[in-house]
Design a protein around this ligand. Structure first.
Ligand code: 2P0
Length: 320
Protein backbone atom coordinates (compact mmCIF):
# COMPACT_ATOMS: atom_id res chain seq x y z
CA UNK A 1 0.00 0.00 0.00
CA UNK A 2 2.83 2.40 -0.65
CA UNK A 3 4.41 4.04 -3.65
CA UNK A 4 7.28 6.44 -4.16
CA UNK A 5 7.65 8.52 -7.32
CA UNK A 6 9.86 11.26 -8.67
CA UNK A 7 8.85 14.02 -11.07
CA UNK A 8 10.61 17.06 -12.45
CA UNK A 9 9.12 20.50 -12.90
CA UNK A 10 8.53 21.75 -16.40
CA UNK A 11 8.84 25.22 -17.84
CA UNK A 12 6.29 26.26 -20.44
CA UNK A 13 7.70 27.89 -23.57
CA UNK A 14 4.17 28.41 -24.87
CA UNK A 15 2.17 29.05 -21.71
CA UNK A 16 -1.02 27.77 -20.17
CA UNK A 17 -2.94 30.72 -18.70
CA UNK A 18 -6.70 30.53 -18.14
CA UNK A 19 -9.22 27.71 -17.86
CA UNK A 20 -12.14 26.68 -20.04
CA UNK A 21 -13.72 24.61 -17.26
CA UNK A 22 -12.89 25.49 -13.68
CA UNK A 23 -14.62 22.51 -12.08
CA UNK A 24 -12.70 20.00 -14.16
CA UNK A 25 -9.59 22.18 -14.28
CA UNK A 26 -9.38 22.13 -18.07
CA UNK A 27 -7.09 24.71 -19.69
CA UNK A 28 -8.42 27.30 -22.13
CA UNK A 29 -5.35 26.86 -24.34
CA UNK A 30 -2.77 24.25 -25.27
CA UNK A 31 0.84 24.64 -24.14
CA UNK A 32 4.37 23.43 -24.89
CA UNK A 33 6.94 22.84 -22.16
CA UNK A 34 10.35 21.44 -21.41
CA UNK A 35 10.83 19.05 -18.51
CA UNK A 36 13.90 19.83 -16.39
CA UNK A 37 16.38 17.23 -15.14
CA UNK A 38 18.14 18.60 -12.06
CA UNK A 39 15.12 19.92 -10.15
CA UNK A 40 12.81 17.32 -8.68
CA UNK A 41 10.03 16.49 -6.25
CA UNK A 42 9.76 13.08 -4.64
CA UNK A 43 6.45 11.92 -3.22
CA UNK A 44 5.99 8.95 -0.92
CA UNK A 45 2.39 7.87 -0.40
CA UNK A 46 1.48 5.23 2.15
CA UNK A 47 -2.15 4.26 2.63
CA UNK A 48 -2.86 3.21 6.21
CA UNK A 49 -6.29 2.08 7.48
CA UNK A 50 -5.28 3.13 11.00
CA UNK A 51 -5.05 6.81 10.05
CA UNK A 52 -8.05 9.08 10.70
CA UNK A 53 -6.93 11.82 8.30
CA UNK A 54 -4.34 12.35 5.61
CA UNK A 55 -1.05 13.70 6.95
CA UNK A 56 1.62 15.57 5.04
CA UNK A 57 5.26 16.41 5.57
CA UNK A 58 7.19 18.65 3.21
CA UNK A 59 10.96 18.29 3.44
CA UNK A 60 10.44 16.40 6.75
CA UNK A 61 8.37 19.18 8.37
CA UNK A 62 4.61 18.83 9.01
CA UNK A 63 2.75 21.06 6.56
CA UNK A 64 -1.00 21.55 6.22
CA UNK A 65 -1.14 24.14 3.45
CA UNK A 66 -1.20 21.88 0.41
CA UNK A 67 -3.03 19.02 2.11
CA UNK A 68 -6.60 19.73 0.87
CA UNK A 69 -5.51 19.75 -2.79
CA UNK A 70 -3.32 16.68 -2.30
CA UNK A 71 -6.20 14.80 -0.62
CA UNK A 72 -8.52 15.52 -3.56
CA UNK A 73 -5.85 14.23 -5.93
CA UNK A 74 -5.57 11.00 -3.89
CA UNK A 75 -9.39 10.63 -4.01
CA UNK A 76 -9.34 10.98 -7.79
CA UNK A 77 -6.55 8.42 -8.19
CA UNK A 78 -7.50 5.84 -5.55
CA UNK A 79 -11.25 6.48 -5.04
CA UNK A 80 -13.04 8.41 -2.30
CA UNK A 81 -13.34 5.27 -0.15
CA UNK A 82 -9.55 4.88 -0.01
CA UNK A 83 -7.71 4.59 3.32
CA UNK A 84 -6.15 7.81 4.60
CA UNK A 85 -2.54 8.38 3.62
CA UNK A 86 0.79 9.46 4.95
CA UNK A 87 2.28 11.74 2.29
CA UNK A 88 5.94 12.72 2.44
CA UNK A 89 7.13 15.26 -0.10
CA UNK A 90 10.70 16.36 -0.67
CA UNK A 91 11.71 19.04 -3.09
CA UNK A 92 15.21 20.27 -4.00
CA UNK A 93 14.13 23.78 -5.07
CA UNK A 94 11.99 26.65 -3.66
CA UNK A 95 8.28 25.81 -3.42
CA UNK A 96 5.45 28.06 -4.74
CA UNK A 97 7.87 30.68 -6.06
CA UNK A 98 7.17 30.41 -9.77
CA UNK A 99 9.35 27.36 -10.34
CA UNK A 100 6.53 24.97 -11.17
CA UNK A 101 6.63 23.12 -7.86
CA UNK A 102 2.94 22.25 -8.26
CA UNK A 103 3.71 20.58 -11.60
CA UNK A 104 6.34 18.24 -10.16
CA UNK A 105 4.40 17.74 -6.90
CA UNK A 106 1.13 16.68 -8.50
CA UNK A 107 2.81 14.60 -11.22
CA UNK A 108 4.81 12.73 -8.56
CA UNK A 109 1.77 12.41 -6.29
CA UNK A 110 -0.42 10.98 -9.07
CA UNK A 111 2.17 8.35 -10.00
CA UNK A 112 2.99 7.49 -6.36
CA UNK A 113 -0.69 7.21 -5.41
CA UNK A 114 -1.49 4.98 -8.39
CA UNK A 115 1.47 2.79 -7.38
CA UNK A 116 0.35 2.66 -3.75
CA UNK A 117 -3.22 1.80 -4.79
CA UNK A 118 -1.96 -0.97 -7.09
CA UNK A 119 -3.51 0.69 -10.16
CA UNK A 120 -1.71 0.31 -13.47
CA UNK A 121 -3.11 3.31 -15.33
CA UNK A 122 -1.72 4.18 -18.76
CA UNK A 123 0.00 7.52 -19.37
CA UNK A 124 -3.15 9.03 -20.91
CA UNK A 125 -5.15 8.36 -17.76
CA UNK A 126 -2.34 9.53 -15.46
CA UNK A 127 -2.13 12.70 -17.58
CA UNK A 128 -5.80 13.39 -17.09
CA UNK A 129 -5.61 12.74 -13.32
CA UNK A 130 -2.53 14.94 -12.88
CA UNK A 131 -4.13 17.67 -15.01
CA UNK A 132 -7.23 17.70 -12.82
CA UNK A 133 -4.97 18.41 -9.84
CA UNK A 134 -2.85 21.06 -11.58
CA UNK A 135 -2.90 21.92 -15.27
CA UNK A 136 0.87 22.10 -15.65
CA UNK A 137 1.37 18.78 -13.79
CA UNK A 138 0.06 16.82 -16.77
CA UNK A 139 3.11 17.91 -18.79
CA UNK A 140 5.54 16.59 -16.14
CA UNK A 141 4.34 13.05 -16.84
CA UNK A 142 6.55 13.17 -19.95
CA UNK A 143 10.15 14.18 -20.60
CA UNK A 144 11.90 16.50 -23.05
CA UNK A 145 9.65 18.80 -25.11
CA UNK A 146 5.99 18.15 -24.34
CA UNK A 147 2.79 19.47 -25.90
CA UNK A 148 -0.48 19.55 -23.99
CA UNK A 149 -3.54 19.69 -26.22
CA UNK A 150 -7.21 20.16 -25.56
CA UNK A 151 -8.90 17.08 -26.99
CA UNK A 152 -12.68 16.86 -26.86
CA UNK A 153 -13.78 17.00 -23.24
CA UNK A 154 -10.29 16.49 -21.88
CA UNK A 155 -6.57 16.92 -22.43
CA UNK A 156 -3.77 14.85 -23.94
CA UNK A 157 0.00 15.20 -23.77
CA UNK A 158 2.57 13.95 -26.23
CA UNK A 159 6.30 14.24 -26.63
CA UNK A 160 7.55 16.54 -29.41
CA UNK A 161 11.24 15.76 -28.98
CA UNK A 162 13.21 13.69 -26.45
CA UNK A 163 15.43 15.31 -23.82
CA UNK A 164 18.59 14.01 -25.55
CA UNK A 165 17.44 14.92 -29.06
CA UNK A 166 17.83 18.66 -28.48
CA UNK A 167 19.77 19.04 -25.22
CA UNK A 168 19.09 22.69 -24.41
CA UNK A 169 20.21 24.03 -21.03
CA UNK A 170 18.19 26.18 -18.65
CA UNK A 171 19.76 28.68 -16.25
CA UNK A 172 17.24 29.53 -13.54
CA UNK A 173 17.93 32.87 -11.88
CA UNK A 174 16.30 33.09 -8.46
CA UNK A 175 15.57 36.70 -7.61
CA UNK A 176 13.39 36.04 -4.53
CA UNK A 177 12.75 32.78 -2.72
CA UNK A 178 9.52 33.53 -0.81
CA UNK A 179 6.12 32.25 -1.92
CA UNK A 180 4.28 34.32 -4.53
CA UNK A 181 1.58 36.82 -3.46
CA UNK A 182 -1.24 35.38 -5.64
CA UNK A 183 -1.39 31.70 -6.60
CA UNK A 184 -1.60 30.82 -10.31
CA UNK A 185 -5.09 29.33 -10.09
CA UNK A 186 -6.56 32.51 -8.64
CA UNK A 187 -4.46 34.75 -10.90
CA UNK A 188 -5.70 32.92 -14.01
CA UNK A 189 -9.30 33.48 -12.97
CA UNK A 190 -8.73 37.19 -12.31
CA UNK A 191 -7.13 37.43 -15.76
CA UNK A 192 -9.98 35.60 -17.48
CA UNK A 193 -12.63 37.75 -15.82
CA UNK A 194 -11.00 41.17 -16.04
CA UNK A 195 -8.17 41.45 -18.56
CA UNK A 196 -9.04 43.20 -21.84
CA UNK A 197 -6.31 41.14 -23.54
CA UNK A 198 -7.52 37.71 -22.45
CA UNK A 199 -9.73 36.92 -25.48
CA UNK A 200 -6.91 37.80 -27.90
CA UNK A 201 -4.57 35.55 -25.98
CA UNK A 202 -6.88 32.58 -26.36
CA UNK A 203 -7.45 33.35 -30.06
CA UNK A 204 -3.75 33.59 -30.90
CA UNK A 205 -2.50 30.57 -28.98
CA UNK A 206 -2.95 28.04 -31.81
CA UNK A 207 -0.70 30.14 -34.01
CA UNK A 208 2.02 30.37 -31.33
CA UNK A 209 1.80 26.62 -30.76
CA UNK A 210 2.19 25.94 -34.52
CA UNK A 211 5.25 28.19 -34.69
CA UNK A 212 6.90 26.60 -31.65
CA UNK A 213 6.09 23.05 -32.74
CA UNK A 214 7.70 23.63 -36.14
CA UNK A 215 10.73 25.33 -34.56
CA UNK A 216 11.26 22.35 -32.26
CA UNK A 217 10.90 19.87 -35.16
CA UNK A 218 13.50 21.86 -37.15
CA UNK A 219 15.74 22.52 -34.10
CA UNK A 220 15.39 26.19 -35.08
CA UNK A 221 16.57 27.97 -31.94
CA UNK A 222 16.05 31.54 -33.19
CA UNK A 223 12.41 30.97 -34.10
CA UNK A 224 11.74 29.15 -30.83
CA UNK A 225 13.43 31.99 -28.90
CA UNK A 226 11.31 34.67 -30.59
CA UNK A 227 7.98 32.90 -30.14
CA UNK A 228 8.69 31.84 -26.53
CA UNK A 229 9.62 35.40 -25.47
CA UNK A 230 6.59 36.80 -27.30
CA UNK A 231 4.23 34.29 -25.68
CA UNK A 232 5.70 34.92 -22.22
CA UNK A 233 5.39 38.70 -22.49
CA UNK A 234 1.84 38.36 -23.78
CA UNK A 235 0.92 36.29 -20.73
CA UNK A 236 2.40 38.87 -18.38
CA UNK A 237 0.67 41.70 -20.27
CA UNK A 238 -2.66 40.00 -19.53
CA UNK A 239 -1.83 39.99 -15.84
CA UNK A 240 -0.61 43.60 -15.79
CA UNK A 241 -3.85 44.72 -17.43
CA UNK A 242 -6.04 42.74 -15.03
CA UNK A 243 -8.00 44.25 -12.15
CA UNK A 244 -6.44 44.12 -9.66
CA UNK A 245 -3.19 44.14 -11.63
CA UNK A 246 -0.81 41.27 -10.98
CA UNK A 247 2.86 42.00 -11.40
CA UNK A 248 5.05 39.07 -10.41
CA UNK A 249 8.28 40.76 -11.49
CA UNK A 250 10.75 42.61 -9.31
CA UNK A 251 13.64 44.88 -10.29
CA UNK A 252 16.01 41.94 -10.65
CA UNK A 253 13.56 40.18 -12.99
CA UNK A 254 13.85 43.15 -15.35
CA UNK A 255 17.64 43.26 -14.98
CA UNK A 256 17.81 39.58 -15.96
CA UNK A 257 15.84 40.38 -19.12
CA UNK A 258 18.38 43.07 -19.93
CA UNK A 259 21.21 40.59 -19.35
CA UNK A 260 19.59 38.18 -21.81
CA UNK A 261 19.19 41.00 -24.36
CA UNK A 262 22.91 41.89 -23.97
CA UNK A 263 23.92 38.25 -24.46
CA UNK A 264 21.72 38.04 -27.56
CA UNK A 265 23.44 41.17 -28.87
CA UNK A 266 26.76 39.33 -28.56
CA UNK A 267 25.43 36.43 -30.62
CA UNK A 268 24.75 34.08 -27.69
CA UNK A 269 21.94 31.57 -28.32
CA UNK A 270 19.70 32.30 -25.35
CA UNK A 271 16.14 33.44 -24.59
CA UNK A 272 14.14 34.16 -21.45
CA UNK A 273 10.88 32.93 -20.08
CA UNK A 274 9.12 33.90 -16.83
CA UNK A 275 6.21 32.17 -15.10
CA UNK A 276 3.91 33.27 -12.29
CA UNK A 277 6.78 34.46 -10.14
CA UNK A 278 9.83 36.71 -10.27
CA UNK A 279 12.36 34.09 -11.40
CA UNK A 280 13.87 34.23 -14.88
CA UNK A 281 14.64 31.10 -16.82
CA UNK A 282 17.29 31.62 -19.49
CA UNK A 283 17.05 28.81 -22.03
CA UNK A 284 20.21 28.37 -24.10
CA UNK A 285 22.07 26.21 -26.54
CA UNK A 286 24.40 23.91 -24.57
CA UNK A 287 27.63 25.55 -25.80
CA UNK A 288 26.62 28.86 -24.19
CA UNK A 289 25.54 27.50 -20.79
CA UNK A 290 28.59 28.62 -18.77
CA UNK A 291 28.58 32.09 -20.36
CA UNK A 292 24.86 32.53 -19.67
CA UNK A 293 25.25 31.23 -16.11
CA UNK A 294 28.10 33.68 -15.38
CA UNK A 295 26.17 36.64 -16.81
CA UNK A 296 23.00 35.81 -14.88
CA UNK A 297 24.97 35.27 -11.67
CA UNK A 298 26.60 38.70 -12.10
CA UNK A 299 23.21 40.40 -12.51
CA UNK A 300 22.37 42.61 -9.51
CA UNK A 301 19.60 41.13 -7.38
CA UNK A 302 20.07 37.51 -8.44
CA UNK A 303 20.30 35.55 -5.19
CA UNK A 304 20.88 32.08 -6.56
CA UNK A 305 21.36 30.22 -9.82
CA UNK A 306 20.37 26.69 -10.77
CA UNK A 307 21.47 25.25 -14.10
CA UNK A 308 19.77 22.22 -15.51
CA UNK A 309 19.35 20.18 -18.64
CA UNK A 310 16.20 18.54 -19.94
CA UNK A 311 14.94 15.45 -18.18
CA UNK A 312 12.54 12.56 -18.14
CA UNK A 313 8.92 12.23 -17.20
CA UNK A 314 7.54 11.19 -13.81
CA UNK A 315 8.25 7.63 -12.76
CA UNK A 316 7.56 5.19 -9.96
CA UNK A 317 10.67 4.45 -7.90
CA UNK A 318 9.21 1.98 -5.42
CA UNK A 319 5.95 0.12 -4.93
CA UNK A 320 4.98 -2.23 -2.12
C1 2P0 B 1 2.47 27.21 -17.41
N1 2P0 B 1 1.75 28.36 -15.33
O1 2P0 B 1 2.09 26.92 -18.55
C2 2P0 B 1 1.85 28.43 -16.76
C3 2P0 B 1 2.66 29.65 -17.03
C4 2P0 B 1 2.32 29.51 -14.69
C5 2P0 B 1 2.65 30.44 -15.76
O2 2P0 B 1 0.70 26.42 -15.35
O3 2P0 B 1 -4.59 26.13 -11.51
O4 2P0 B 1 -0.17 25.44 -11.03
O5 2P0 B 1 -3.14 24.27 -10.72
O6 2P0 B 1 -3.99 24.29 -13.07
O7 2P0 B 1 -0.61 24.48 -13.32
C6 2P0 B 1 0.94 27.35 -13.24
O8 2P0 B 1 -0.34 26.98 -12.98
O9 2P0 B 1 -2.30 25.97 -12.29
C7 2P0 B 1 1.12 27.36 -14.71
P1 2P0 B 1 -3.57 25.12 -11.88
P2 2P0 B 1 -0.81 25.59 -12.37
O10 2P0 B 1 3.37 26.57 -16.83
Amino acid sequence: MQGKAIAHPNIALIKYWGKRDIDRNLPAVGSISITLSELHTRMHVEFDKALATDVLTVNDEPDERMLPRLSVCLDNVAGVDRPRARIASSCNFPIAAGLASSASSFAALTVAAAGAAGKSFDTAHLTSLAGQASGSAARSLLGGFVELENVGEGIACHSLCGADDWPLRVVVAITESGPKPVGSTEAMEISRRTSPFYANWVDQQAQDLDTARAAIANRDFETLAAIAEHNCLKMHSIMWASRPPMVYWNAATMRCLQTVRQLQGQGVGVFFTIDAGPQVKAVCLPEYASEVEAAMRATTGVVDIMTTGLGDGARLERQE
